[in-house]
Every structure is written in structure tokens, then in C-alpha cells.
Design a protein around this ligand. Structure first.
Ligand SMILES: [Fe+2]
Ligand SMILES: [Fe+2]
Length: 173
């Protein structure tokens, strides 16, 4: 088998491997958005309608805030596996923030200052609350958008945040 170059159509990042990953290692997008790099259609130059712009700005804030929370939890949570989980989640949310940054044509991603708990269960519950809010907002935003690209990003992030929700649910059982 030969290594190939793949590209995620949601975040635009490239990946080298024999076969495409089930989820984008950067933004978590599902398999159907990962194409051979030469065939991938990636566009961040979108004319934003008023509503889409407002939703993209709010989404950027949500992602920045959630990334800051997860990186805090990765440091402070009192559970070894939990630290790894929160680090992985923080990286994905930071990538989501970067997608909105590109859509909004900003120079940089604002820095979040969210704090977290030291007890692992508290962080899992907080993760569950944050992912639930993100899913509900993204679902609404996808429904409100008439732009195919904006809709595509919101819909794919609903799937990714739902994967995140399941990770906390499994651990809270
Ligand atoms: Fe991606
Ligand atoms: Fe996210």
C-alpha cells in the first residue's frame, strides 16, 4: 500500500496515510468530508448574509470558549485518561475556532479565558453542558442558513459535537 495525501473539506487541513481516517484528525469531520487532496473542494471565501455572519461570530466565541475550558481541564482534571480526553477535545474545538476565523476573514483567533474544575466529574458535566449548547445552536444556525458552505460547516460540526457529547455521557454513566 502507498501513502496518499488526503484533505478535509471542512477545515481544509491535509493528512497523509494509506487510507482516509474515519474522522478528520484536526476538526473531527466525518469520513465523507475527507477526499484525496487533488479532488477536495475547500472554500473559505464566502459572501456572508447578515444572519450567517452573526451566527459565525457567535460560533467563533463558542469554540474559543470551549477550547479554553478543555485546555484548562486537560491541565487540572484529577483523572489521567480524562486529561488526554480534554486535550483531544481542546484541539478539535481550537480547530473549529480557526474555521470560523477563516470564514470571518479575521487575522487571528481571539484568546479564551474560561476556567474549569479540578474534579473530573465536574469537568465531564461541564463538557456535556457545553456540547449540548453547541449542538442546539449549530443545528439552528444550519437551518437558518441559505449558504451551502455555511450550512455544510454547521451540519458537520453538529456531528462532531455529538461525538463529543457521547464521550462525556459514556464516562458519566
Ligand atoms: Fe477537518
Ligand atoms: Fe466545536
Amino acid at each position: 500500500m502507498m501513502a496518499k495525501l488526503w484533505r478535509c473539506e471542512i477545515c481544509g487541513d491535509p493528512y497523509i496515510g494509506e487510507s482516509p481516517p474515519d474522522n478528520c484528525p484536526f476538526c473531527g469531520a466525518h469520513r465523507r468530508y475527507i477526499k484525496e487532496a487533488r479532488d477536495a473542494k475547500v472554500n473559505f471565501d464566502v459572501q456572508l448574509a447578515e444572519k450567517d455572519k452573526a451566527n459565525a461570530q457567535r460560533a467563533l466565541q463558542v469554540e474559543v470558549s470551549n477550547a479554553a475550558f478543555y485546555f484548562c481541564a486537560a491541565e487540572k482534571t484529577d483523572d489521567h485518561e480524562g486529561k488526554l480526553l480534554f486535550k483531544a477535545l481542546g484541539k478539535v474545538e481550537a480547530e473549529h475556532a480557526s474555521v470560523w476565523k477563516k470564514i470571518l476573514k479575521l487575522d487571528s483567533v481571539p484568546k479564551g479565558d474560561d476556567t474549569c474544575f479540578t474534579d473530573h466529574k465536574g469537568n465531564l458535566q461541564e463538557s456535556h453542558r457545553r456540547e449540548t449548547n453547541a449542538i442546539n445552536f449549530y443545528r439552528t444556525a444550519a437551518g437558518e442558513s441559505e449558504n451551502e458552505r455555511v450550512k455544510q460547516i454547521f451540519e458537520s460540526f453538529v456531528e462532531v459535537e455529538t461525538d463529543h457529547l457521547k464521550l462525556s455521557e459514556e464516562r458519566l454513566r
